[in-house]
Design a binder for this molecule. Structure first.
Ligand code: GLV
Length: 328
């Protein structure tokens, strides 16, 4: 029996890679080279299925180069790297990896919040620079996290995991979602619903865990930064593009807000250089889900989707079930 032609665009755990290589006619990038669009186009051209990651831009022009492609499995919950509509038009199934990364991503979000508020990274740099000479009563002051107000933009699975973490810190929670949650869910998290403007004025910490789409582009821009308190801290663990990075750099430089903790950026990994000159921002390289256990769970879930679909079943995390409808 001929084996299905599968592309794996980035490195995964070796044992999972071996298993894939045994099942399919596999073309893979275990060396984890950065693939430009032309190389990805060549690698995907004759493939029937592909396992891809958030760095792979799968747009209509790439799909046009892969006439046999029937399945794309993203190793990520976010899928703004994939033009799902274009896939649906070509009857290509798309899957993602929801659920397995919520707690890990929430850990990082809360870590960034603490680090930015209490100046952990900035003071670490200072200690390493040999500048610490004495304990000073008024040196290195930051902002309290305990009993503070946290405004969450996007109280979905990850936002709710953050909200659970705030209990030990006795924080007050408000949130804004496109669709308000049911009263029992709000009550479970003691979360007040606010419109975005009200939340920005109210919060000491504003945390973004929204998906990116044209509708959420620049959720935080110049006008929103101006609404925030001068002592406020902004955290983004959602996606680059939710924040207008140039506007944020300007607000941090002018101390219109106190600090930021950022895991995701516009045009990452090419960050705006203005970030590098600022002490009041903590920068991490899109590592929200990067724990040993969680990245493994994400790979396993992506492969479950692959195996299910290639065996003719409905993959558990199918994003565009319309492709299963009978052809018109
Ligand atoms: C990572 O950013 C993801 O969306 O899973």
């Amino acid at each position: 029996m001929t084996k299905t032609k599968v592309l794996l665009s980035g490195k995964i755990f070796n044992d999972l890679h071996e298993d894939l290589a045994g099942r399919y006619e596999l073309r893979s990038n275990q060396a984890d080279e950065v693939l430009d669009a032309a190389t990805l186009g060549q690698m995907i051209a004759d493939r029937e299925a592909a396992v891809v990651t958030p760095v792979d831009r799968i747009d209509a022009s790439l799909l046009a180069q892969a006439p046999n492609l029937r399945l794309l499995c993203n190793i990520a919950v976010g899928y703004n790297n994939i033009d799902v509509e274009a896939c649906t038009t070509r009857r290509i199934m798309v899957t993602n990896t929801p659920g397995v990364l919520d707690e890990t991503t929430a850990d990082l979000g809360f870590g960034l919040l603490l680090a930015a508020a209490r100046r952990v990274v900035e003071s670490d740099r200072w200690v390493r620079g040999g500048q610490w000479q004495a304990w000073r009563t008024t040196a290195w002051l930051g902002h309290d996290v305990h009993h503070a107000r946290l405004g969450i933009l996007g109280l979905g699975r990850i936002g709710q995991a953050i909200a659970r973490r705030t209990r030990g810190f006795a924080m007050e929670i408000a949130y804004h979602n496109r669709n308000r949650l049911a009263p029992d869910v709000e009550a479970a998290f003691a979360a007040r619903y606010m419109d975005k403007g009200e939340l920005l004025e109210w919060a000491d910490f504003v945390l973004l865990c929204l998906p990116y789409s044209p509708a959420t582009h620049h959720t935080i821009g110049i006008a929103e930064l101006q609404c925030m308190k001068p002592d406020a801290v902004l955290v983004n663990i959602g996606r680059g593009g939710l924040v207008d990075d140039a506007a944020l750099i300007e607000a941090l430089r002018a101390r219109r807000i106190a600090a930021a903790g950022l895991d995701v950026f516009e045009n990452e990994p090419q960050l705006q250089h203005g970030f590098f000159d600022l002490d009041n921002v903590v920068l991490t390289p899109h590592i929200g889900s990067a724990s040993f256990a969680t990245r493994r769970a994400m790979c396993e879930l992506a492969l479950q989707n692959l195996h299910a679909a290639l065996a003719g079943a409905v993959p558990p995390n199918l994003l565009n079930p319309q492709v299963l409808a009978a052809a018109p």
